[in-house]
Design a protein around this ligand. Structure first.
Ligand SMILES: *Cc1c(COP(=O)(O)O)cnc(C)c1O
Length: 382
């Protein structure tokens, strides 16, 4: 039995189908950056396309290269949107592959137009308005309009999309979302009339689930396709199925007598005799050190507290005073996922650390083996 993250690809497909049902005809772009939010980029891309997604998005050329290097995606038919900035060294390659490039400056669009013309190719571009996120994109709506017009006019460019990104879609009570939506809508409406073929897109997962007005022609969903909740609540409330489970096993059980300790720094000392289970997962797998004395795991269908310090390769768990705990040796341990009636979500783990589920999933390291399955197949060792 090993320590592994099991990923149910059927859940990813169903989450995509569930999001599409929300859209009334719009398209779904599945965001598979950061190795599919730690789930594995290539497998998740296939599962998302099988679930009805028609676009894929990654952060940059490094990830795009990795995707097309995989045999499955050598002749990727779905458009691939590069969400982030593309450095000039990578631009030619992006154009050769026909990837979708985000632009927000007049110099940059002129540069791409020239480069693509030299290559006798057409570069696919999306113009980004910074409607309030304050990162990439131009804040100047008039400049954004000029860039879109330049893209539409240049023979070596294809104006494919008009986009923005929300800063507070996941904060339900925040009014800034409406402000951004308003700013984007008033910019994009006349352009969509002038260029009806263009794809207007703005919503991430939170905006998709929150407000139909943000859907436009396409939504860009990441976290929700993996079945995590963008609002940090129980994903079941949104009918999302967590695709990933993290599991290990009880590799050793020992009696810890009163006053004895477990782990680095002796951050756990037994107040009464108790059995300690040692589980081979640690921060080297992405099971963060901040979870020291600050998490539960499931063994035999019950919650047990993680006690002491999280090491690089192991954690210690309090299995209780009952000598029956000795019988738990070798049993599976669930760190994220279901066991019997009990369940630990990525959102719960994130809450313990004061972070978001995104960071938990992305933080799982390469050492943690990913095992893929579909419904009914075994996703992790039992
Ligand atoms: C990562 C990203 C998304 C996806 O966000 P989720 O909250 O995971 O749905 C959408 N758009 C852009 C520009 C992104 O960078």
């Amino acid at each position: 039995m090993t320590t592994q993250a099991g990923v149910n690809l059927a859940s990813i497909s169903r989450n995509c189908t569930r999001l599409l049902a929300e859209l009334h005809g719009g398209e779904l772009c599945a965001v598979i950056k950061a190795d599919g939010y730690g789930h594995g980029m290539v497998s998740c891309a296939e599962a998302a396309l099988a679930g009805g997604a028609t676009w894929l998005a990654v952060a940059g050329m490094g990830e795009a290269r990795e995707l097309v290097a995989d045999g499955e995606f050598e002749d990727l038919e779905a458009p691939l949107l590069l969400l982030g900035p593309i450095c000039s060294d990578d631009l030619e390659e992006a154009i050769v592959h026909g990837f979708d490039i985000v632009v927000w400056s007049e110099q940059y669009i002129a540069h791409i137009a020239q480069l693509a013309a030299m290559m006798e190719l057409k570069a696919r571009v999306h113009v980004k308005l910074d409607s309030g996120m304050g990162r990439f994109g131009t804040r100047d709506a008039q400049a954004a309009t000029r860039i879109a017009q330049a893209a539409a006019a240049a023979p070596s460019l294809e104006l494919v999309g008009l986009m923005t990104h929300f800063a507070t879609a996941d904060e339900l009570e925040d009014a800034f979302f409406d402000e951004q939506l308003e700013r984007f809508t008033s910019w994009v409406t006349p352009l969509k009339e002038a260029y009806p073929e263009v794809i207007v897109h703005a919503a991430n997962s939170a905006a998709t689930l929150r407000d139909r007005r943000a859907h436009f022609d396409m939504v860009r969903c990441g976290i929700a396709i993996y079945g995590m909740d963008p609002f940090g609540k129980d994903p079941a409330e949104q009918d999302l199925e967590p695709a990933m489970e993290v599991g290990s096993h009880v590799a050793a059980v020992k009696l810890c007598k009163v006053g004895e300790s477990a782990g680095y720094g002796r951050r756990f000392t037994a107040e009464h005799d108790t059995y300690i289970g040692v589980v081979p997962i640690g921060y080297g797998d992405g099971w963060r050190r901040g979870l020291s004395n600050n998490a539960d795991v499931l063994v035999n269908g019950h919650r047990h507290p993680l006690v002491g310090t999280v090491s690089m390769d192991s954690i210690t768990v309090d299995l209780g005073a009952d000598p029956a705990a000795e019988q738990l040796l070798g049993l599976p341990v669930v760190l994220i996922g279901y066991q019997g009636e009990e369940r630990i979500t990525a959102e719960e783990v994130a809450g313990r650390l004061g972070t978001i589920s995104y960071e938990i999933a992305c933080g799982l390291t390469r050492r943690l083996e990913r095992r893929y399955c579909r419904d009914g197949e075994q996703c992790r060792d039992e």
